[in-house]
Design a protein around this ligand. Structure first.
Ligand SMILES: [Zn+2]
Length: 58
């Protein structure tokens, strides 16, 4: 897995969220994090919002 921002090596590791832990990829160079939810949102643009509580405004 390579970072989409800086193309450096990413490591698969465990993250701890407010309610649960999950596994995801973290770039060892720039700190970019890619988790399964982010990947899911990228694949479905009409799906649920990426961040809870954030609404789109114009
Ligand atoms: Zn990176």
């Amino acid at each position: 897995m390579k970072c989409h921002r800086c193309r450096n090596h990413m490591v698969y590791e465990k993250f701890y969220g407010p309610h649960e832990h999950f596994w995801g990829w973290r770039c060892i160079f720039c700190g970019e994090i890619v988790d399964p939810v982010i990947l899911e949102n990228r694949e479905s643009p009409t799906g649920r919002a990426a961040v809870n509580g954030r609404t789109r405004r114009r």
